[in-house]
Design a protein around this ligand. Structure first.
Ligand SMILES: Nc1ncnc2c1ncn2[C@@H]1O[C@H](COP(=O)(O)OP(=O)(O)O)[C@@H](O)[C@H]1O
Ligand SMILES: [Mg+2]
Length: 263
């Protein structure tokens, strides 16, 4: 069986453009006037302490949380203005990876059949195609395809997160939003998942919005970053710049929260 992972060449294009996005829960503004762009082949880190509005922003981009003003454009189309039908067609091109893959994987379904189900339902693959693509998909995320018959609880946390990533990739997304994808993992599993994500972004030329409270995670993998504080992006720039010369006192606090050995 030949697995073709890498999508050769392919121009880098603007995937996501978020303008003046505001999300309110009642009177409380969880996200305030946020602006950023994300291109294919690029990793943008969104970092901030717990409660700063990162997940809400990610969910609003995916259409999971309604927003009150501003716009989200995906591949040039304004998501708020699409008909339900067009939105549902575009929606699979954006996939999400969560902190806890146990929450999104069915405990009673083997991981192989979870991935095959997506391939059959979303990609209309035949059983045979789904089977071979599922095996390739597991290998692409660094798992032995022999693990396909296992159930989620029979895998390590890192392996489960790899399965969740493989399932997201099975849909062939252009954009991946990963919300604290490594926060539940120990140090070495964390580094391996981040390496994996970086490799996937480069090979597949997808865009990745990496949400984390941990500035050292952003430093390891992101190309650019935005620092979020109380619903606003208060600082943006290259990761090197934010790391070595943070302009905000808040960013300096995030940096100070990174353990010495990770700096
Ligand atoms: N569905 C909701 N209803 C009301 N408030 C919410 C809801 N979701 C999030 N919030 C509030 O919005 C703020 C930002 O939350 P969140 O986006 O989860 O932050 P982060 O992901 O940065 O930890 C928090 O104060 C949180 O309590
Ligand atoms: Mg969150």
């Amino acid at each position: 069986m030949d697995c073709m992972y890498a999508r050769k060449g392919g121009k880098l294009e603007k995937l996501l453009s978020v303008e003046n996005l505001t999300v309110k829960f009642g009177k409380f503004q969880a996200v305030q006037e946020v602006n950023f762009e994300l291109h294919s082949g690029e990793i943008v880190g969104l970092v901030g302490e717990s409660g700063s509005g990162k997940s809400t922003l990610g969910r609003a981009v995916l259409g999971l949380t309604p927003f009150q003003s501003g716009s989200v454009k995906f591949l040039g189309q304004s998501l708020g203005k699409l008909s339900r039908k067009v939105f549902l067609k575009l929606r699979p091109a954006m996939q999400m990876v969560f902190q806890n893959p146990m929450g999104s994987l069915d405990p009673h379904q083997s991981v192989g059949s979870a991935i095959m189900e997506v391939l059959r339902v979303v990609k209309h693959a035949t059983d045979e195609e789904a089977f071979s693509r599922m095996k390739c998909g597991l290998e692409e995320v660094g798992l032995d395809s022999g693990l396909a018959h296992r159930y989620p609880h029979e895998l390590s946390g890192g392996q489960r997160q790899r399965v969740a990533i493989a399932r997201a990739l099975a849909v062939e997304p252009r954009l991946l939003i990963a919300d604290e994808p490594t926060s539940a993992l120990d140090g070495s599993a964390q580094a391996h998942i981040l390496d994996l994500l970086r490799g996937l972004v480069r090979n597949r030329r997808i865009g990745l919005l990496l949400i984390t409270h941990d500035l050292s995670v952003v430093k390891l993998v992101a190309d650019r970053a935005g620092v979020m504080h109380r619903g606003r992006i208060i600082e943006t720039g290259s990761v090197e710049k934010i790391w070595s010369a943070p302009s905000h006192a808040y960013t300096q606090r995030l940096l100070a929260a990174v353990p010495q050995w990770r700096r």
